[in-house]
Design a protein around this ligand. Structure first.
Ligand code: CMX
Length: 137
């Protein structure tokens, strides 16, 4: 697999309204987009740090993966997302052949129109890992 860079870090927060002022007023970053990803039951807020983004994730429902995460582990870093250059489907086939457990068997649409897929943290030494590809690049 050919990873070009860290596309984003996903950070679980209870409330975007409470978290965004920290990123803007303390760290001096600018929130450039707020987007609801209905099928993931989250509302997201994006910041750019060089080529990498921060994606704040607020759960929109008690049964969302992010709500479960916050309940169990508290707010904090939720996942690490790599940009892959040769397609998410190819990367999935490659890691599956190396016996990594997949959460998504095939790429699907994530925030910002990216093609994405998650790898299970039990197979990735504890880090929920996302593979992403911008279909417009
Ligand atoms: N990072 C590391 N480990 C995690 C984790 C995370 N984000 N979330 C859960 N785990 C661990 C749990 O601690 C648990 O470990 P133990 O068995 O040792 O306690 C194990 O994984 C199973 O966790 P669980 O609480 O029973 O939760 P589920 O199995 O229901 O779900 C997961 C875990 C990762 C499969 C699920 O959250 C998932 O499918 N995630 C992918 C989708 C997602 O995260 N969407 C939100 C972001 C969407 C976006 O970016 O747009």
């Amino acid at each position: 697999m050919n990873i070009s860079h860290i596309e984003h870090l996903g950070i679980a927060v209870k409330s975007l309204e409470q978290a965004i002022p920290y990123y803007e007023n303390v760290l001096g970053l600018k929130c450039y987009s707020i987007e609801e990803v209905a099928d993931q039951k989250v509302k997201t807020a994006f910041f750019k740090v060089g080529q990498t983004k921060l994606e704040l994730l607020e759960p929109t429902s008690e049964d969302s993966a992010v709500a479960k995460f916050i309940e169990k582990r508290g707010e904090g870093i939720h996942h690490l997302a790599f940009a892959v250059e040769d397609g998410v489907a190819n990367a999935l086939a490659e890691v599956e052949a190396k016996e990594v457990k997949l959460i998504d068997k095939a790429p699907r649409k994530g925030a910002e129109g990216l093609n994405i897929a998650f790898l299970h943290p039990k197979s990735t030494i504890g880090v929920l890992t996302e593979l992403c590809e911008d279909p417009n690049k």
